[in-house]
Structures are given as structure tokens and as C-alpha cells.
Design a protein around this ligand. Structure first.
Ligand SMILES: *[C@@H]1O[C@H](CO)[C@@H](O)[C@H](O)[C@H]1NC(C)=O
Ligand SMILES: *[C@@H]1O[C@H](CO)[C@@H](O)[C@H](O)[C@H]1NC(C)=O
Ligand SMILES: *[C@@H]1O[C@H](CO)[C@@H](O)[C@H](O)[C@H]1NC(C)=O
Ligand SMILES: *[C@@H]1O[C@H](CO)[C@@H](O)[C@H](O)[C@H]1NC(C)=O
Ligand SMILES: *[C@@H]1O[C@H](CO)[C@@H](O)[C@H](O)[C@H]1NC(C)=O
Ligand SMILES: *[C@@H]1O[C@H](CO)[C@@H](O)[C@H](O)[C@H]1NC(C)=O
Ligand SMILES: *[C@@H]1O[C@H](CO)[C@@H](O)[C@H](O)[C@H]1NC(C)=O
Length: 786
């Protein structure tokens, strides 16, 4: 019976011209069917495919994705017709009608989506190699195109204009419309908006900045922004950025991600890994709504961003942090029955009753006590022109956009009942087991003539959504619990990350024959992987970590993706052996290149910017902080920060912090003064080291050797700040190897930033994302030539 059916199926496939494999276009009166996996439109060069994409066991969306050799349900989707209305896996079709209307029918009868475009001419649907799905007239007239209706992704050459916007997906597994929006506002400014179920607010550009302060131009009504294929994004409001790999011809996509961050991804070719080559928010906790009401966003070393409920509050939806936390108490309006809990260095943004300058803590408490709906208040000191800082009081009607960051000089006071006992911040873990797999609910109107269809639909619905969710859950739990062992990488960006055996690596390095360097904590060998990739394999000296712990850390680092961070391809943990497999960096370390004459000033400046971007990503996107040791250069002299985390057994805030460290590290000159004094260690130590590296690049001297020349920095600072200094001071200190060939203005920027970074008071140093901005400042405000 089954074989007969199969035969029938085969016959029908052969006899129907529309159902042959990978079509190049769809003509009038034909359709693509959800049941036939071959019903996929391919672009002429094979870059993109369009077809039905599964989002559950019996739920499909009609989408465009990057063609991949193997991707059934984890393809990189760039456009979706019916994201909020998935169609049934039976009888659903995309049909091009005689009228020229393109219609997506659900279960054969209901219209889930249509272009609504009607053309008198004979239409044809084609997918182009730039990812645009176009409905043409025979005469070449465009009747409709997917580029005019973006979902969450912009492709190179696809303009974002007046009435278009990007809307993020709801979650990694749920492609329906989420809460974040990228659009042109009515004042012509390109913005990012959090549009949640209960609240909405703009988080980029920062609302407290006037448009011109944010570098925007509010008077151009054109309202169009476009990314070009080289990686240059420019908008009519003056906002521009270029990708870290600007200029290279690679595949690119600009996506408004699930977490509200806008990221530009690029990759060399099909099957390669996507890397982040630009992102708008370097501090993801500043994205509104990320943790929902009554919770606090913070960064933790090793697992990245985390949400915590406020004391006395409980997570609302165990599978979804964006729903936030609910109070476990009822608040009375009587002032005598409530008190305040203080949380240090926590900011809650917005939803103020107003702001009250020069209010003492007591006055602020009283104010909130007597406002029945006041949920708490923000209390902070703002630096002013006044003789001293004065305190500001902000009573809150809701506690949203909570964000903990150590640099923030302010506290939040949360109103709680006097009687309750509240511990400080509670850490609720997302409970993966409670992520109930939902079935696609679809109500079809009653039909008299077609009871059997209904039965089939219900029958197929009944087999819930399985595979996709299982994969997502597994991936999610792996990240959350860090108990991963196999690490085949379920996240699409870590597909190439894997575990090697010792004998494999022995073979790869020809018995650890070619030593290419000795870095922090180990010797590095060159090797060629079976897939011909050249790798740098670092053999760590000590196995001071258990295997599970090592694996957990390695997998965290393996998940980092940034142009300017070295790529970790895999690892080996056997017995006492711990090895890391990195990409090979052709030009070796920055220090080596400075001593040879290989890098001119232009290259040095780019290296400074790249390294700053890599560090900013490390600091603010993923991990609290690590101490990077080394900047390596690839074949194009692109810098990549390496030796962070693992290979450097000095991670702060963990058991690795170890008083012997100054002995371990030979590069004292780069070390921030906090290390030697008793001050707390923050990510600002990296900023200091980075500043020293910049000074090294400008002067050509290794600061580590400069211990006898301690006066150098103060001297430079004095010259830099004095108004009547002549230009010649710069020539005195600049690396003679540059032979005077450098852009004075850029050199000034470089030295200025370096001096900011090496300030002795860590609070006066900028954070890395500010460093990036400072370095690029001169591009935004070109000097007037008189
Ligand atoms: C996806 O998200 C939407 C909107 O929140 C929700 O209605 C829908 O049930 C979700 N789908 C699945 C399969 O969870
Ligand atoms: C990016 O494009 C804009 C507009 O076309 C142009 O003004 C700008 O110079 C370009 N930037 C680069 C780095 O090419
Ligand atoms: C407005 O923006 C468009 C596109 O970026 C540009 O071509 C045009 O010159 C701008 N107009 C003004 C007045 O700046
Ligand atoms: C809060 O009040 C509601 C009804 O007023 C009650 O059902 C609930 O149990 C109370 N919660 C607590 C924690 O007392
Ligand atoms: C702040 O208030 C105190 C008294 O409450 C007053 O002496 C002081 O001048 C005020 N400062 C400013 C800057 O208004
Ligand atoms: C958190 O609670 C612990 C004990 O419950 C206490 O020792 C600690 O100081 C509290 N931390 C803060 C920031 O209040
Ligand atoms: C998709 O998943 C399959 C295995 O499920 C894997 O082989 C493939 O490499 C993945 N593709 C991408 C693009 O992640």
C-alpha cells in the first residue's frame, strides 16, 4: 500500500511541470505547495531560496533564506510573508493567480496572506540574487517586491524607507512579530523602539540626546537608509556606520535581533560562519524591555546578560524573561506599613513622576511614601556646575528597564511592605523543562461540504510541534546550565566549533613540530586541520581546571563572534591535556609588527579602532571582563584580540584571581595601578592596558620597557593639554620608524584617547565603547579646511 502511494506520488511529481526541483520562477496559474519539499524558488546564482519554512511540526511560513547545503529548519531566514500567521502543513499553497495576485492559502481554503497587487499584464514571480522576490509583468515592470516589505532583516541594496520598518522576531524559535522596531520616526530620525505589551519607549538614539547631539539631521524628509554591498550603511538623517570588514565583498545582512540589538552580520560564503561586523548597542542592558518589569539586567562573566527579579518579586513566565516579575506581596497605601529596600548601582529608566533636584534621601522617601502608586525611587548624584554634586530624586510609577552597572552612581529604593522579609536580589533561573511546547492553534470555519478535510487538519495538528522546539530547548538548556559536553553547536553561529582528540591534534601539528609562539600560559603550534584550514594550536601549561569546567568555559568563548576577536574553532581536553584550536593569524602579534617596519600609521590607527571594538564587545556584550594579553594581526592587518579568558588564568571575580599574578605576568608596564593597590578590579584595567598599547603604537616604544621613563605620560599630558604647545612636541615622541608619515589629526586623536585610558583614577577612564566612539569622532566631524 505504502509503495503504491509512493509510486503515485512519484508519478504525480514527474507529470507536473511545476513540481520539478528548484524552480527559477513561478508563472501565472501555478503554485508552490507546502507538501512538496522540492517546491522551492532559487535565485539564478543560487544565493537565495524561497519556499515554505517549518516553524513547528505543522506550521509553515513562506520565507526567503540564504541557500545552504544542509539546512532544513535552521536556515538564515531573511524575509517572511506570513510571520504572524503560519499555515498548515497540508494543502497550503502559494499561488500566482490570473489576476496577478500572489496568494498564500492556508489549508487550501483560507487566505493567510496576499500581495493584493493586481496587474493587467501576465505576471511572473522570480527570486533575484540580491534576495529580492519580485513579481514582474512580462514587460519587466515590477508589480510587487519583497524588498518593500521587510520583516526583521535588510539586505545590501534594500532601502529602508518612510513607511517601512524592521520588527524583531518574538524569540529564536518563534518567528512571529516581536517587541522591537527599527524605523523612521515622524521627525525624520531613524530610531529603535521597544513596543512591549504594557510599555513602549525609544532606546536609540538615547532620548536625553537632542537629535543633533546624537549626530542626526532632523530636516531631511527623504527618510531612506540603505546598506551597500561593501558594508557602508547610510541614512538620510546623517546616521552612518561601516562594517568592521568594510570593503570586502562578502554576504551581509542587517538584522534587528530578538534581543532588540541591531546587528550587521557578514560571512565569506555559503556554509561559512556568520560573524557580527557591527552592532548598534554595545551595552545590551541599555536595550529597553529586555528583562521586563520589576527585574534588573546585569552582565555576568561567563554567561553574558542576565535578568534577576527585584527582592520580593517572582518571575512571571518561566520561559520568557521579557514578561518580567510580579510582586509576591500586596502594598498598602499607608505610609506606616511600607519601607524601602536599597539596591546599589541600579538604574531604572523612565516612568518618573517627575524629577526633584536637591532632595535629600529623607525628602525623597517621604515623597514616595505619600504617593500611593509610587513603586520606589531612583536616588542619584549628578555632577553639575554647582559647587558640589547635588542629589536628585526620581519617584517611579513603574519599575522598568532595570539595569545594574557598577559605574552607575545611583541607587534604586524599592517600596515593600514593612512586615515582609526580603533577601536581596533573587536569581531566578529560566526553567527549561517548563517551556511547554505549544501546538499551532488554528480555527477553521465550519464547513458542510468538507468534513474530511477538517479531520485531516485536526489530525495533523494533533502531532504537536516537535523537532524545531526540541532543538531550541536543547540549545537553550545547554547555554543556561553550561553542562554541555558534546558541543556540536546548535546555535547556527557555532557550527564549526568542535572537540578534538589529542591524537587528532598531534597529527594536525605533525607531532607539535612547528612552534610559532609562546603566549600566556602555553606554547602555540601551527597546524593544518583536515579541512585545510590553518590553525594555531595552543597547548596550555597547566590543567588547573576540571574537564567539565574547562568545557563550559571553552564553549562560552566559542560562542563569541566578533570581527576583532580571535576565533576559537575547538578544543581538546584529555586527561591532563588542555588544548585550544584558534584560527591562524598570518602576521603574528602587534608587538612584532611594530618593531619591524611593517605597519604604517594608517594601519596602526585601524588596528587601534579594531582592537577597541573587540574589547568593547568583550566587555559589554558578553562577558564582564577578561584581561586580554595580546593583539594579533591577520593577513589584512585586521587586529584580533586574543588570549582572553581561558588561556589567561586570571579571570577576575572568579576563583582564578590570584595574588601571584604579578609574578606570572611579565608585562607590568601595561598593568593598571589598581592591580598593585587595593582598589577593586573592574573592566577598567583593560582600558588602561589598551591605553598603554596605544601609546606603544604612537611612540613605537614598548611601555613595558619604559619603567625608567615614568615621566613620559605626565609630560605628554601636559603638552597635549597646553594650548600654546607647538606641534614639535609630537614629533619628539612619535615613532621615528614612521618617518614623519602620519596624519597629525589622527595622531592627536590616538594620543588623546591613550592619555584618557591611562588615567590613574579608574573612574576617569572611558569605557571601551566610548573609546571606539572617541577614535572615530574625527570621521563624524571632519576638520574645516580654511
Ligand atoms: C509565538 O509568539 C506569538 C506572539 O507572542 C504567540 O501568539 C504564539 O503562540 C507563539 N508561537 C509559538 C509556537 O509559541
Ligand atoms: C558611505 O556612503 C555614504 C553615502 O553614499 C557616503 O557619503 C560615505 O562617504 C560612504 N562611506 C564610506 C566609508 O565609503
Ligand atoms: C536627504 O537625504 C538624501 C538621501 O540620503 C540625499 O540624497 C539628499 O541630498 C538629502 N537632502 C538634504 C537636503 O540633505
Ligand atoms: C493580595 O490581595 C489579593 C486580593 O486582594 C489576594 O487574593 C492575594 O492573596 C493577596 N496576596 C498576598 C501575597 O497577600
Ligand atoms: C540644596 O539644599 C540645601 C538645603 O536644603 C541648600 O542649602 C543648598 O543651597 C541647595 N543647593 C542648591 C544647589 O540648590
Ligand atoms: C545580600 O544579602 C546578604 C545576606 O543575605 C548580605 O550579606 C549582603 O550584604 C546583601 N547584599 C546587598 C547588596 O545588600
Ligand atoms: C543545521 O543543522 C544541521 C543538523 O541539524 C547541521 O548539519 C547544519 O550544519 C546546520 N546548518 C546551519 C546553517 O547551521
Amino acid at each position: 500500500m505504502a509503495s503504491l502511494l509512493f509510486l503515485l506520488f512519484l508519478l504525480s511529481t514527474l507529470s507536473s511541470p511545476i513540481l520539478s526541483s528548484s524552480l527559477d520562477s513561478l508563472i501565472v496559474d501555478s503554485s508552490l505547495s507546502v507538501e512538496n519539499t522540492e517546491d522551492v524558488l532559487a535565485s539564478p546564482g543560487g544565493v537565495f531560496s524561497a519556499g515554505f519554512f517549518p516553524v513547528g511540526d505543522n506550521a509553515y511560513i513562506f520565507s526567503i533564506w540564504f541557500t545552504e547545503t544542509h539546512c532544513s529548519n535552521n536556515c538564515t531566514v531573511v524575509w517572511t510573508a506570513n510571520r504572524d500567521r503560519p499555515v498548515n502543513g497540508k494543502n497550503s499553497k502559494l499561488s500566482l493567480l490570473k489576476s496577478g495576485n500572489l496568494v498564500l492559502s492556508d489549508g487550501g481554503r483560507l487566505v493567510a496572506w496576499s500581495t493584493g497587487a493586481v496587474s493587467r499584464c501576465t505576471a511572473k514571480l522570480s527570486l533575484l540574487d540580491n534576495g529580492n522576490l519580485v513579481l514582474y509583468c512580462k514587460e519587466g515592470l515590477v508589480v510587487w517586491q519583497s524588498f518593500d516589505f521587510p520583516t526583521d532583516t535588510l539586505l545590501p541594496g534594500q532601502p529602508l524607507s518612510k513607511d517601512e520598518h524592521l520588527v524583531s522576531s518574538r524569540s529564536h524559535a518563534n518567528y512571529s512579530s516581536g517587541f522591537y522596531k527599527f524605523y523612521f520616526d515622524t521627525d525624520n530620525i531613524l530610531r529603535l523602539l521597544y513596543d512591549g505589551p504594557e510599555a513602549s519607549s525609544i532606546y536609540w538614539p538615547e532620548l536625553y540626546l537632542l537629535s543633533w547631539e546624537a549626530g542626526r539631521f532632523a530636516y531631511n524628509r527623504t527618510r531612506v537608509a540603505v546598506l551597500d554591498s561593501l558594508g557602508n550603511f547610510s541614512s538620510s538623517d546623517g546616521f552612518t556606520f561601516t562594517a568592521a570588514d568594510y570593503g570586502t565583498r562578502v554576504q551581509r545582512r542587517l538584522k534587528l535581533d530578538v534581543d532588540g540589538n541591531l546587528r550587521l552580520y557578514s560571512r565569506a560564503d555559503r556554509g561559512k560562519k556568520w560573524i557580527v561586523s557591527w552592532q548598534v548597542m554595545s551595552e545590551p542592558c541599555r536595550i529597553h524591555g529586555i528583562c521586563g518589569p520589576n527585574s534588573v539586567c546585569s552582565y555576568v562573566a561567563s554567561s553574558g546578560r542576565r535578568c534577576n527579579c527585584l527582592p520580593g518579586f517572582k518571575i512571571k513566565d518561566l520561559s520568557d524573561w521579557s514578561m518580567g516579575c510580579d510582586p509576591e506581596f500586596n502594598l498598602s497605601c499607608a505610609a506606616a506599613e511600607v519601607r524601602f529596600l536599597k539596591l546599589k548601582n541600579v538604574e531604572f529608566y523612565g516612568y518618573d513622576y517627575g524629577f526633584y533636584p536637591n532632595y535629600t534621601l529623607e525628602m525623597c522617601e517621604n515623597l514616595c511614601l505619600h504617593l500611593c502608586n509610587c513603586k520606589g525611587f531612583q536616588f542619584k548624584f549628578i555632577k553639575h556646575n554647582y559647587p558640589s554634586n547635588i542629589p536628585y530624586c526620581y519617584p517611579k510609577m513603574a519599575l522598568l528597564n532595570g539595569h545594574h552597572f557598577p559605574q552607575f552612581e545611583g541607587d534604586i529604593y524599592v517600596k515593600v511592605p514593612k512586615s515582609g522579609i526580603f533577601s536581596n536580589i533573587t536569581v531566578d533561573k529560566l526553567d527549561c523543562s517548563s517551556q511547554i511546547v505549544e501546538q499551532l492553534y488554528r480555527s477553521y470555519p465550519k464547513s458542510h461540504e468538507n468534513g474530511s478535510l477538517r479531520f485531516i487538519l485536526w489530525f495533523s495538528c494533533a502531532f504537536g510541534i516537535v523537532e524545531f522546539f526540541v532543538i531550541f530547548l536543547v540549545w537553550f538548556c545547554l547555554i543556561r546550565t553550561r553542562q554541555n559536553s558534546g558541543m556540536q553547536g546548535y546555535s547556527p553561529i557555532t557550527t564549526q566549533f568542535r572537540r578534538f582528540t589529542l591524537s587528532e591534534l598531534e597529527k594536525v601539528t605533525r607531532g607539535f613540530g612547528e612552534e610559532i609562539g609562546r603566549g600566556a600560559g602555553g606554547i602555540v603550534y601551527k597546524g593544518i586541520l583536515p579541512d585545510r584550514r590553518v590553525a594555531a594550536i595552543k597547548r596550555l601549561n597547566v590543567a588547573n581546571q576540571g574537564e567539565a569546567e574547562f568545557q563550559a568555559e571553552v564553549s562560552t568563548i566559542g560562542k563569541l563572534n566578533h570581527m576583532n576577536l580571535i576565533d576559537l574553532w575547538g578544543y581538546c581536553a584529555e586527561g591532563k591535556h588542555r588544548l585550544l584550536v584558534y584560527e591562524y593569524m598570518e602576521h603574528g602579534s602587534l608587538a612584532e609588527n611594530l618593531t619591524s617596519n611593517a605597519v604604517d600609521f594608517e594601519k596602526r590607527f585601524n588596528i587601534a579602532v579594531g582592537a577597541a571594538k573587540g574589547l568593547a564587545y568583550l566587555h559589554e556584550e558578553c562577558l564582564e571582563f577578561y584581561i586580554p594579553q595580546n593583539i594579533l594581526l591577520d593577513g589584512n592587518y585586521q587586529p584580533k584580540v586574543s588570549d582572553f579568558g581561558l588561556s589567561q588564568p586570571l579571570k577576575i571575580g572568579s576563583r582564578h584571581l590570584n595574588p601571584r599574578f604579578s609574578r606570572i605576568r611579565g608585562t607590568r608596564g601595561y598593568m593598571a595601578p589598581e592591580w598593585i593597590s587595593n582598589q577593586s578590579i573592574t573592566s577598567k584595567v583593560d582600558v588602561y592596558s589598551y591605553g598603554m598599547v596605544l601609546l606603544g603604537m604612537a611612540t613605537g616604544k614598548c611601555p613595558a620597557e619604559e619603567t625608567q621613563d615614568k615621566m613620559m605620560v605626565p609630560w605628554m599630558r601636559e603638552k597635549f593639554n597646553s594650548e600654546n604647545a607647538t606641534d614639535s612636541w609630537m614629533e619628539k615622541i612619535v615613532d621615528p620608524r614612521l618617518e614623519g608619515k602620519f596624519d597629525k589629526r589622527k595622531m592627536e586623536v590616538l594620543i588623546g584617547v591613550a592619555l584618557e585610558c591611562v588615567k590613574l583614577d579608574k573612574d576617569e577612564r572611558p569605557i571601551m565603547s566610548q573609546v571606539v566612539e572617541l577614535l572615530l569622532q574625527h570621521e563624524k566631524y571632519p576638520e574645516c579646511v580654511s
